[in-house]
Design a protein around this ligand. Structure first.
Ligand code: GLA
Length: 347
């Protein structure tokens, strides 16, 4: 196991100092920022040497300017809350409508825009922050702790912990954009995805689940046997049209948390990336809304040039009693683990 090494990454526009933490483990390395808990790079051994497979930026100013959540930790509630409000314990909580009529990824200033406290504890980089009562409209003071670790076997593990002093909602995830051919490759050609889900939660015109479950069989959402991204995306299906591509929650299981289990596997460009999680859902997003952002080393990040595997509670679950509950009761512990393992593809 390697060690996390800290360096300064400059100051935010508001004058807060940001750290960059780097770890090397065998042939792998990763870099995490205290700003947004961003995974800035994940370099894996590839035939040509090291290959960085996550999108990102070189400077803090670019992270502060972006609005695509590239690499960031997302909270207090990842994904959409329909109508940008919810009722809990008989009280209605209005939220920011920052994505059409819905609240997306925690509101205007979500966890992705916060500077987290960082501390290396052995192989773990522990990022923590206190989200004050009422932040972005959510009730309760939430203590959140997210740790990153990297093993020489290519496992990047993210552990999520949270606790609130009042009943609240909590749904934390990481919003890294991957491209196995390298962050700047520009396309998902030659990469195939498998997702262990027999259903998705279909969406309406605003991207929020309708509340139904849609069996994937016979649709481009049937990824149970693995399919090239571009083949699935080329099909015509009303749900693909609504999402401008894949931007859907795949149903892993129906309990709020389960044992760490394989959720998805992407193959291509000589690598295999596996995602395992305790979460009940996986938002597969094919970066449909990237718009030619200038990334690391001058790379250009266009639409569908990457994929996100956002392990999380089902979107808008607070409005659907049949969905796994996103409610975190006062004093209860929120615990989840998601890991991404990248290894060379055996031929
Ligand atoms: C998530 C959403 C997408 C989009 C991105 C950020 O994946 O589901 O619709 O908002 O975040 O651009």
């Amino acid at each position: 196991m390697g060690e996390w090494v800290r360096a300064s990454f400059g100051f935010t526009a508001g004058g807060e100092e940001v750290s960059a933490w780097t770890i090397r483990a065998g042939e792998y390395s990763a870099r995490v920022l205290s700003y947004g808990g961003v995974l800035q790079s994940f370099s894996v051994p590839a035939p040509e040497g090291e290959r960085d497979i996550v999108l990102g930026f070189d400077t803090l100013a670019e992270y502060e300017a972006q609005d695509k959540y590239i690499g960031a930790l997302v909270g207090r509630v990842a994904n959409r809350i329909g109508g940008a409000s919810f009722t809990l314990g008989g009280v209605r909580y209005p939220l920011a409508a920052n994505s059409g009529p819905n609240c997306l990824h925690g509101g205007r200033r979500g966890f992705d825009r916060a500077v987290w406290r960082g501390e290396a504890r052995g192989e773990l980089l522990v990022l923590s922050r206190r989200s004050p009562d009422g932040e972005e409209g959510f009730p309760g003071t939430l203590e959140a702790e997210v740790s990153y670790s990297l093993s020489p076997a290519g496992e990047l593990t993210i552990r999520y912990f949270a606790k609130s002093d009042r009943d609240t909602l909590c749904n934390l995830t990481n919003h890294s954009y991957f491209n196995l051919a390298g962050h700047g490759a520009g396309s998902l050609a030659g990469q195939s995805i498998r997702v262990n889900a027999r259903a998705i939660t279909p969406i309406d015109q605003t991207g929020v689940p309708t509340g139904e479950l849609m069996p994937v069989e016979g649709t481009p959402f049937d990824l149970t046997r693995g399919r090239p991204f571009l083949e699935g995306l080329a099909e015509s299906h009303p749900q693909l049209a609504l999402g401008s591509g894949y931007d859907h929650n795949f149903v892993l299981h129906t309990a709020p948390a389960g044992p760490l289990a394989p959720a998805a596997e992407v193959r291509g460009a000589g690598l295999v990336l596996t995602c395992e999680t305790t979460q009940p859902g996986l938002q597969l997003y094919t970066a449909n809304f990237l718009a030619g952002e200038r990334g690391k080393g001058g790379a250009c990040y266009g639409p569908r040039s990457a994929f996100c595997l956002e392990a999380q509670c089902w979107p808008d679950a607070i409005h659907h009693p049949g969905f796994p509950s996103p409610v975190l009761r006062a004093g209860e512990e929120y615990r989840h683990i998601t890991l991404y393992r990248a290894v060379r593809e055996e031929k």
